[in-house]
Design a protein around this ligand. Structure first.
Ligand code: SF4
Length: 393
């Protein structure tokens, strides 16, 4: 699961990914870019424990802490006017070391909590403008039974929700889970728009099994898109990104966000500078290497939500803690109306037009070799098999 009970975000790698890593090790070696592209994403590195006092266990806070119909809402987040988040489970097939939810508490909702959330989306006054739900987690495709409950509850209780988005890495971590039972959930609401956000970071992840899983998802009529982080040593390279976006195009996956890796505890070694990301995004956007229909928005996930980087977005730099002040289009009063339990973070300043500006910790550009953090890191010997706490569908 993305999440921890004890503060330790355990290593969790599917048998499928372990097999792929072994094949890459045989074929390319452990010093190859291909092997590292997977190992850096999934193998726990001791450097994660090197935490500075400024680093935080959680990134942004957007959970709604409210009662609805006398019951506490659970697994519901909101930052934006039209979209709400529902998290049926924090269980994942594998643990991505850079996950922003790695330090969230472990939780799987009960069916009645999902129904209560759907009622809230459909009936609460502050949800009058909501027409889209993002079902995320954890990975909702690990819990098809709860996903079916969510679909049924949204159909009956929240007719205002016209678009259902699902965030998942299952097609690239455990593709056999994209089976007929799951597909039957995805086709159960033909009058709603279904969009599936995958997270693929490197061309090597387009395994034949994953391509087939994406094709099965596409056969339901769902739109598939990719949003993913820029990860040092994995995809912070123009050639790698251009190939990744070409493969997305070839497999019918739309480009959405390319995220700068978030500032969070244990993440330093994954993060490039914002500047490096901006240069890569500019080169990608201006390149003729692949279709213009497959080009991403370069975005920073800040304490107050996503901010896409344009000329003039960065308005100040604070060298003392290597932070950038970013302009946003978010107003405090809107945020408080949409999510009454939201509290303005200390990193926010309000500008003269009433918009929130937010301080964001930059990353650094030392190469992995300069950091001296990565030798021939072996695969963890414990092949843990399917997660014991996976939610059977
Ligand atoms: S699958 Fe998603 S939620 Fe789970 S650890 Fe990876 S990025 Fe985080």
């Amino acid at each position: 699961m993305a999440g921890t009970k004890t503060g330790d975000f355990i290593e969790l790698i599917t048998p499928f990914l372990r097999r792929k890593m072994s094949e890459l090790e045989q074929r390319c070696g452990m010093n190859s870019a291909e092997w590292r592209a997977i190992a850096l994403q999934y193998v726990k590195n001791p450097v994660e424990a090197a935490v500075s006092p400024q680093e935080r266990r959680r990134h942004y806070e957007s959970e709604i802490h409210l009662q609805f119909d006398g019951k506490p809402l659970a697994g519901v987040e909101r930052l934006y006017r039209r979209t709400v988040l529902l998290e049926p489970t924090t269980v994942c097939a594998a643990h991505c070391r850079w996950c922003l939810r790695g330090q969230y508490p472990v939780r799987t909702l009960r069916e009645e909590e999902i129904i209560n959330a759907a009622r809230y989306f459909g009936e609460a006054e502050e949800c009058a403008g909501v027409d889209e739900v993002l079902i995320t987690g954890g990975d909702p495709l690990m819990a098809p039974k709860l996903l079916r409950t969510a679909f049924e509850a949204l159909a009956v209780r929240a007719p205002n929700i016209r678009t259902i988005r699902i965030g998942t890495r299952v097609p690239f971590q455990d593709p056999e889970r994209i089976n007929d039972n799951l597909l039957s959930v995805l086709t159960s609401l033909p009058d709603r728009r279904i969009e599936i956000g995958v997270n693929v970071n490197h061309p090597i992840e387009f395994w034949p099994e994953s391509r087939a899983a994406i094709a099965r998802l596409k056969s339901t009529g769902a739109t598939i898109y990719n949003q993913h982080p820029l990860l040092k040593g994995v995809n912070d390279d123009l050639t790698v990104l251009a190939e990744l976006y070409s493969l997305m195009r070839e497999n019918g996956i739309e480009a959405h966000y390319l995220f700068h890796a978030i500032p969070m505890q244990g993440m330093r070694h994954h993060r490039t500078s914002v500047k490096k990301g901006a240069e890569l995004a500019m080169r990608l956007s201006a390149s003729g290497e692949f279709s213009g229909r497959a080009k991403p928005h370069y975005a920073l996930m800040t304490d107050i939500g996503k901010i896409v980087l344009y000329e003039g977005t960065i308005i100040a730099r604070r060298p003392s803690d290597n932070s950038l002040l970013l302009r946003s289009g978010y107003r405090l009063e809107d945020r408080m109306r949409w999510n009454p339990s939201w509290r303005m973070p200390a990193s926010v300043e309000i500008d003269e037009e009433g918009f929130m500006c937010v301080w964001y910790k930059d990353g650094e550009d030392e190469a992995w070799s300069e950091l001296g953090l990565w030798g021939n890191l072996p695969l963890a010997s414990n092949d843990i098999g399917p997660p014991a706490n996976s939610v059977a569908g």
